[in-house]
Write a protein that binds this ligand. Structure first.
Ligand code: COA
Length: 276
């Protein structure tokens, strides 16, 4: 096929408050080229504060989720431009992963196939991850002479126990979806024909919850990992107080009222009714 336009490297569809965002270079196994990286940041910017979007799902067209960085367009061609080209393309990639890590909406990686190297950046950036049992995950960098950069080493070391992470990085063997689940890279591995159904089910549950509280919670879970207990305790007090201001729907008082006064639900078992 003729070369894909920049705009066509990412596909987006919003259905019932879920934004389905797809890496869309199946002919190159959705490897991340500078064009794709730029387009992904544009797409994320466009969706981030839309009221009709509550949850974002990141998935891939064809047989891959993403085969990592594009060896030709991201590495070889930018290296030919010298340090300026390399740093520029690194910044374009890291920019959208960072945006995704701190995204306003809850994000779910729906890993439908190959997931290699640089793809661990967006994998980690998504708050939750579900994969197909036949997906394959690998830190393949060792197999072509580089170390797992672009955050990939950090992702493996953060998500996996040390021995497993080290083996994964040094051997460059792939993990099946089930093994990735056992290693902590994803929440669940599912049969391919159940994957979208399960992700939709989880997204719909998230849509029932207070959006501001979801954002405060996901940020808290990421921030506290790097804090001492005392710092975390203090951060969480400040974050809750900020949430009280941000949440114009006054969710916590509604929740308390529906439990204590109306006795219409039990917070231990489900979310309060947002429309009441
Ligand atoms: N960078 C650039 N091109 C890539 C790519 C990548 N990361 N991954 C796949 N492609 C391209 C191939 O070069 C091929 O292009 P061509 O049709 O112009 O020859 C096309 O995508 C299809 O790839 P192919 O290898 O034939 O597909 P496959 O389904 O048999 O194998 C993979 C899929 C993912 C196992 C294999 O493509 C692969 O090993 N890719 C590299 C993965 C990697 O190491 N990524 C880490 C980068 S940090």
């Amino acid at each position: 096929m003729s070369e894909r336009t920049e705009a066509d490297t990412v596909a987006v569809e919003v259905r019932e408050a879920i934004a389905w965002v797809k890496f869309n270079r199946p002919e190159k196994r959705n490897s991340m080229s500078p064009k794709l990286n730029r387009q992904m940041l544009r797409v994320l910017n466009d969706l981030e504060f839309r009221d009709d979007v509550g949850v974002l799902v990141l998935t891939g067209a064809g047989t891959a989720w993403s085969a990592g960085m594009d060896l030709k367009e991201y590495f070889r061609e930018t290296e030919a431009q010298g340090l300026k080209g390399v740093r520029h393309s690194q910044r374009e990639a890291y920019a959208w992963w960072e945006r995704l890590r701190w995204y306003q909406k809850v994000t779910i990686a729906m890993v439908n196939g190959w997931c290699f190297g640089g793809a661990y950046g967006p994998l980690f950036a998504c708050d939750l991850a579900f994969c197909s049992e036949d997906a394959e995950f690998g830190l393949s960098e060792i197999n072509w002479g580089i170390l797992p950069g672009g955050g990939a080493s950090k992702v493996a070391a953060d998500l996996m126990p040390m021995r497993k992470a080290m083996y994964h990085a040094l051997l460059g063997e792939t993990l099946t979806g089930r093994q990735a689940e056992a290693a902590g890279l994803v929440n669940e591995a599912l049969p391919a024909d159940r994957l979208q159904e399960r992700v939709t089910e989880v997204a719909k549950k998230l849509l029932m919850k207070n959006r501001e509280t979801l954002k405060a919670t996901k940020d808290a879970m990421r921030r506290v990992r790097e804090m001492t207990y005392d710092s975390a305790e203090d951060y969480l007090i400040r974050a809750q107080e900020a949430l009280n201001w941000h949440d114009k729907t006054d969710g916590r008082h509604r929740g308390m009222k529906q439990f204590l006064d109306d006795k219409s639900y039990k917070p231990g078992l489900s979310a309060y009714e947002k429309s009441k």
